[in-house]
Design a protein around this ligand. Structure first.
Ligand SMILES: *[C@@H]1O[C@H](CO)[C@@H](O)[C@H](O)[C@H]1NC(C)=O
Length: 210
């Protein structure tokens, strides 16, 4: 009887654990331009973009900011362990948004990164503070990729997709972007083709562990 009870409790615990995210971090995000003469070489930081909303901004700095020093440069990777592309886990990029709780004490909210599109552009801003998340991961060289589990370039009329294994995509850019009333040089995702925003430069983003 005792055994049965503990087995049931273990089952319950296992369910709870599997539903909870695993978390890696903190780390900082190194951003480097991939055009031959690009001068972009710096770090990502969370810039204020409204109440409880932050952009993923770019700053060119000589000295790498140490993620353990400045919260704005500290990011995390949440993943369930159930979704991979190749050997790489797929999950969400997370930032802890600081705020002051009703008792006046410092608190923070764990926010996933999402893409916010301009309907008339193919360039999306990366923002923290919305409830949805853009799925991302890190490859074996710590490179940040975007993920989707279907590829509509393979679709045929009337045939639902049969391959849901997903792919990693690298379409990061740094652009001057306008969102939520602010104009920042910040990280973007280019949906397809040449960016509609002429200030965009392609970049690669790498996780640097703190
Ligand atoms: C990320 O994972 C941590 C640890 O499980 C959790 O506390 C946090 O709420 C998660 N954040 C998001 C945005 O899911």
């Amino acid at each position: 009887m005792k055994f049965q009870l503990s087995a049931a409790l273990m089952g319950l615990a296992a369910t709870v654990v599997s539903a909870q995210d695993k978390q890696l971090g903190p780390f900082s995000l190194h951003i480097k331009g991939t055009n031959p003469n690009s001068e972009i070489d710096g770090y990502g930081w969370s810039c204020h973009a409204g109440a409880g909303i932050s952009g993923l901004c770019y700053t060119a700095i000589d000295q790498p900011y140490r993620a353990e020093i400045q919260n704005s440069f500290k990011y995390f990777f949440n993943y369930t362990g159930f979704n991979q592309v190749g050997d790489d886990e797929v999950g969400t990029l997370v930032w802890n948004q600081p705020y002051t709780d009703p008792d006046g004490n410092p608190a923070s909210a764990s926010q996933p990164m999402d893409l916010v599109y301009q309907p008339t552009s193919n360039v999306a801003a990366l923002l923290f503070g919305f409830s949805n998340a853009f799925l991302i991961g890190f490859d074996s060289e710590d490179g940040l990729f975007g993920y989707n589990y279907v590829d509509d370039s393979t679709f045929a009329p009337g045939k639902p997709p049969s391959d849901y294994s997903g792919k990693a995509y690298y379409r990061w850019a740094v652009c001057w972007q306008y969102f939520t009333g602010y104009f920042y040089q910040s990280v973007a995702w280019v949906q397809l083709g040449a960016p509609h925003n002429p200030t965009c430069e392609p970049v690669e983003i790498t996780k640097i562990n703190a």
